[in-house]
Design a protein. Structure first.
Length: 116
């Protein structure tokens, strides 16, 4: 289990960034509503990986004009090719981040969580 520690980018000048290598077993981070968070995954492995971010208390959300949408299965970042990176702002997937967050399918990914 790896915990992704946030790095504040509110200061000026060069900032040391905390990197976390995911283990694939209950990797986690803390979602902070109202704080701009950017989650970055980089794949240094030899094969593609597809991480899924899932909050334990996420169930469904109501979307006007559509109805209830099931978010209990988590949010898939899609395939990240070897040597590639993907990023997401956490507020755009906040419905998936309720409760304890687990990231699966990302063994070997290097994660960075930036906050401002």
């Amino acid at each position: 289990m790896a915990t992704i520690v946030a790095t504040s980018i509110s200061g000026s000048g060069a900032i040391a960034v905390t990197q976390t290598t995911l283990t694939g077993t209950a990797d986690t981070f803390t979602y902070r509503q109202g704080v701009t968070q950017t989650l970055i995954f980089t794949n240094p492995t030899a094969g593609a990986l597809t991480p899924v971010i899932d909050g334990a208390s996420s169930t469904s959300v109501s979307v006007e004009g559509i109805g209830a949408i099931d978010v209990s299965g988590g949010f898939s970042m899609g395939s990240i090719a070897a040597g590639a990176s993907k990023t997401i702002r956490t507020e755009t997937i906040s419905a998936y981040l309720s409760g304890t967050i687990a990231i699966t399918g990302g063994t070997g990914l290097v994660a960075v969580l930036l906050e401002k």
